[in-house]
Ligand binder design. Structure first.
Ligand SMILES: C[S@@+](CC[C@H](N)C(=O)[O-])C[C@H]1O[C@@H](n2cnc3c(N)ncnc32)[C@H](O)[C@@H]1O
Length: 228
């Protein structure tokens, strides 16, 4: 696991290339895939914190937060500005450099971790908030990614996972990807046993006008509290 708090290099890069139709499966290749995606644009996302994060976190007491797949860092920076002690995990170096630059500009401190979720080997039960906003985590038979998310939450803490309302399998296939490859919120919810209480699990409208996800109009929000 690599921790960074450095001045980022300029990561805006050359022009677009065709998007692969399948995600690679090993961590290094996943990082390279996302680096390529980020390099295609000076900014991939809106730069604003995600609406579901802002609304779900407002009532929580601040503590240690983990942002999984933090992208260009808008959520992590916002959380740090709200008083959270933030660790932000991201497999793409390009995205992480942009995120660190935003934190510097806004004068907040975030513990940036360049690693995949599973490879990061996070300390168990150590975060009061684990946030995964539109994570593109690969599904395995052992539920490795889901279990890594759940294990990171401290007793009394909250898991907040947000996804786009997914297309049907046929629509996804038409766009060249297979839904079965990715962890969905239903996969996470299925693993929540008597040690958890689901506080929110719903679909709601989403209002984003900028960035690569702007065409999505609905979010699915799962918020669960670890009881013990
Ligand atoms: C759809 S983007 C969402 C980014 C950010 N959460 C947001 O809402 O703007 C998914 C992000 O997850 C990162 N990612 C994908 N697989 C990952 C993994 N196994 N571990 C950590 N980050 C990962 C990607 O690099 C990408 O930045």
């Amino acid at each position: 696991m690599e921790h960074t708090n450095h001045s980022p290099a300029d990561s805006a890069g050359p022009t677009a290339s065709p998007e692969p139709t399948r995600f690679p499966r090993d961590a290094e290749a996943v990082g390279a895939f996302w680096d390529q995606r980020y390099t295609e644009k000076a900014a991939l996302w809106s730069g604003q914190p995600n609406g579901a994060l802002v609304s779900e976190v407002r009532g929580l007491r601040t503590g240690r937060a983990l942002d999984v797949g933090c992208g260009e860092g808008a959520d992590a920076v916002w959380l740090a500005g709200q008083g959270w002690d933030v660790t932000a995990l991201e497999v793409s170096r390009v995205a992480l450099d942009r995120a660190a630059r935003q934190a510097e500009l806004q004068g907040v401190t975030v513990n940036w971790v360049h690693a995949g979720l599973v490879e990061a080997a996070l300390p168990p039960a150590s975060f009061d908030l684990v946030s995964a906003q539109y994570p593109a985590l690969l599904r395995t038979e052992e539920n490795t990614a889901e279990l890594a998310l759940l294990r990171a939450v401290a007793p009394g803490g909250v898991l907040l996972a947000v996804h786009h309302q997914l297309p049907t399998a046929a629509e996804a296939e038409a766009h060249g990807f297979d839904l079965r490859e990715y962890v969905g919120l239903a996969d996470l919810a299925a693993l929540l046993d008597e040690n958890w209480r689901i506080e929110v699990y719903e679909t709601r409208p989403r209002h984003v006008t900028e960035g690569a996800g702007a065409h999505h109009t609905e979010d699915v929000v799962l918020r669960a509290r670890r009881l013990r």
